[in-house]
Ligand binder design. Structure first.
Ligand code: F0G
Length: 411
């Protein structure tokens, strides 16, 4: 295994701490010798292990498994959503609910691998910029590993639940006056200036290795079949790239016999990737001032845009944009039809799916998996502010019956 530049193909050792190619400045990915990996899998008992990130330890760029830093991540449910499917006009709809991870988002899959790598490298300080979930997750895994954790977040712009998590886990939280893109720029500079700080944003390819297990698990949960379509909300674009990598690796290893189409969903006010796909461009135009109610994906200059375009185009998929209104409606619909409560960024995938079915991009007979990335309790303010308000009455039975509309029925 080695690290390879996605642009010029320059290779680097897995133990080299490097986030961008020294030759061309592009980002890196982890590559394996798949024929060697195939042999390793033949001798491995991985199929007997429970569904989790570390079930796939053979597929991971880790050398010393005694150092694994884990909070039991992965193994999330793949719900068959028949009521929602009926409403949207789909026969085989599944939701992969990543909110079930230990800190409530898919980020835990990346962090268990990223922080294990940090421990393997002997680093003592880890850092990230975040719209909230990455910081909550890194703070937890750093605590578990006994590492110091630095977090840069856009000031006043992340959901309260996520901020509370980072503080509770004891990270040093710095609010930057600026948006996420600015915070990411600053944390990159910080880790360049101070080599002892190990960067764990998704530019770090070890994070992507953990997140690719979403795809592995989906295949395993569908009895070693690929779905036809996978729908993913896109922000910094690490996750859609990771999921595509997972599918292509299972395909390369003959564990599945076809690949899904990858559909990337972005919020209207923060959609550089969806815009590039829709206009057939090979490059994105960053959004100066990204705006959306879905703060997790309020990102204008996604660092993994090139990987994401490759995933979407290479899979024959497409991208879609959704408005804040559509996101909130989708959040309500999923909660009320399936009992799955997700945060707005995750609901973007449901809102996007609805549009893709209406536009004829997805056929009603296809097997569709929608990835919901974060738990609804991360951002309860949104629901309390925008959904129906609760009733308030005096502590009298008559008053309660009246408000519930029971008075007439009972008399
Ligand atoms: N959904 C949720 C709930 C997220 O927190 C994020 C990203 C995404 C989707 C998009 O994933 O960036 O890999 O395309 N959150 C990051 C963070 C940026 O800092 O927590 P992506």
């Amino acid at each position: 295994m080695y690290q390879r530049c996605i642009n010029c193909g320059e290779c680097y050792d897995v133990d080299e701490v490097i986030y961008k190619c020294m030759k061309c400045g592009d980002i890196l990915e982890i590559k394996y010798d798949y024929s060697l990996l195939e042999k390793r899998l033949e001798k491995s008992d991985w199929r007997k292990l429970p569904l989790s990130v570390w079930r796939y330890h053979d597929f991971m760029p880790i050398k010393d498994f005694s150092k694994i830093v884990s909070l039991n991540e992965g193994g999330t449910s793949l719900y068959s959503c028949q009521r929602l499917g009926k409403i949207l006009g789909l026969k085989n709809l599944y939701v992969k609910n990543e909110g079930e991870n230990p800190t409530g988002s898919f980020k835990d899959r990346g962090m268990t691998v990223g922080v294990t790598k940090a421990v393997e490298l002997g680093v003592k300080i880890v850092a990230c910029a975040s719209t909230g979930n990455t910081s909550a997750s890194l703070a937890a895994y750093a605590a578990k590993a006994g590492l110091s954790c630095i977090i840069l977040i856009p000031s006043g712009a992340i959901a309260f639940g996520k901020l509370a998590q980072a503080i509770a886990y004891g990270a040093k939280v710095v609010q930057i006056r600026g948006n996420f893109d600015k915070a990411l720029e600053m944390v990159l500079k910080l880790s360049e200036e101070h080599k002892e700080i190990y960067l764990l944003n998704s530019i770090n390819p070890f994070r992507i290795e953990g997140q690719k297990t979403i795809a592995y698990e989906i295949c395993d949960q569908l009895n070693l079949n690929s779905p036809d379509v996978v729908v993913v909300p896109v922000g910094n674009a690490g996750n859609i790239s990771a999921i595509w990598k997972g599918f292509t690796e299972f395909y390369e290893l003959d564990l599945i016999d076809r690949l899904p189409r990858m559909m990337g969903i972005q919020a209207e006010g923060a959609a550089p990737i969806a815009r590039a796909i829709k206009s057939g461009e090979d490059k994105i135009v960053p959004v100066e001032k990204p705006e959306t109610i879905a703060s997790a994906i309020r990102i204008g200059a996604p660092v993994s845009w090139k990987k994401a375009l490759r995933a979407i185009k290479g899979s024959g998929g497409t991208a879609e944009t959704v408005s804040d209104y559509e996101i909130l409606e989708a959040q309500k619909l999923l909660a009320r039809s399936e009992g799955i409560f997700v945060e707005p960024a995750s609901a973007a995938s449901i809102a996007g799916l609805k549009k893709l079915v209406e536009n004829g991009e997805i056929d009603r007979d296809e097997v569709v998996v929608c990835v919901t990335t974060g738990h609804g309790l991360k951002d309860p303010d949104i629901v309390v502010k925008t959904f129906e308000k609760p009733y308030e009455v005096d502590a009298e039975l008559k008053a309660i019956e009246k408000i519930l509309g029971l008075a007439l029925q009972l008399t």
